[in-house]
Design a protein around this ligand. Structure first.
Ligand code: PXP
Length: 255
């Protein structure tokens, strides 16, 4: 299971004072040294956390893989094409949202065309493209039709579910992950994943990558990024065999 660490919220803390610390590039380096398989950053149109300068420097510095999250707006796609990171994950974006609220709705005309155009341009530059989508079979089929390499399944509903609703949400994720594999897509997962809820998702046999930001950065504030990333790595190593056990997970010793 690959762990991609999203460092956006390191920049959120910096932007609270519009100063130059803490730096997302330093955080990325430390996350890599602690075992992250890749670094994720979302360059939003409003630049509320990471900015263009951060992205340029992350692109120069990251030695694992840089997964750049972008909307399908022409400006953002142009940035993706120019930098050509290892991977671009296309996400929906609304200015008023606190965080990405749902997956790309590929059933909507207009959205589908915009995504198709962005995919073509990015793949034309040799970039691996992933689409952030909701956990539905239809989203998997439509993503495959667009010819992308991967999808990232939105785990937000699972993460927000009540204790009693979580098993049902996990079943939805699993069904979507299966459908994704059936149509030949690499299956990633992300949003709202934490030290407490990640195990059942990481244990889905079809899923090969998780993207985690807020929970790791939050823990880093308290214990340091090295320990926070190592802790998540440790959990992911122990993931297999824990499917269907939400709520009964026990932290590894010494964590
Ligand atoms: N995946 C995608 C596509 C996202 O937009 C985000 C949030 O930026 C994440 C994963 C990470 O979510 P979280 O910060 O809740 O771990």
């Amino acid at each position: 299971m690959r762990l991609y660490v999203n460092i956006d919220h390191v920049a959120t803390v910096r932007e609270a004072r519009r100063t130059d610390e803490p730096g997302p590039v330093r955080a990325a380096i430390l996350a890599e040294l602690a075992g992250a398989d890749g670094i994720t950053a979302h360059l939003r149109q409003d630049r509320r956390h990471v900015n263009d300068h951060d992205i340029e420097r992350l692109h120069e510095t990251v030695r694992t893989g840089l997964n750049l999250e972008l909307s399908t707006e022409a400006e953002m796609v142009a940035i993706g094409c120019r930098l050509a990171p290892f991977q671009v994950t296309l996400v929906p974006e609304r200015r008023e949202e606190v965080t990405t609220e749902g997956g790309l709705d590929l059933s909507r005309e207009g959205v589908r065309e915009r995504v198709a155009e962005a995919v073509e341009r990015l793949q034309g530059e040799g970039i691996r493209v992933s689409l952030f989508v909701d956990p539905t079979r239809e989203a998997m089929t439509r993503s495959a039709e667009l010819g992308v390499e991967a999808i990232e399944i939105h785990t937000g509903e699972y993460a927000n579910a009540s204790r009693s609703g979580r098993a049902g949400e996990l079943a939805r994720l699993h069904d979507a992950a299966r459908a994704g594999r059936e149509v030949g897509l690499a299956v990633h997962a992300g949003h709202g994943l934490t030290y407490e809820n990640v195990v059942p998702v990481a244990a889905l046999p079809e899923s090969e990558e998780v993207n985690i930001g807020h929970s790791i950065v939050s823990r880093s504030v308290l214990v340091g990024i090295d320990r926070a990333v190592r802790g998540m790595r440790e959990i992911l190593r122990d993931a297999p065999g824990r499917v269907g056990e939400p709520g009964v997970w026990v932290p590894p010793q010494g964590f």
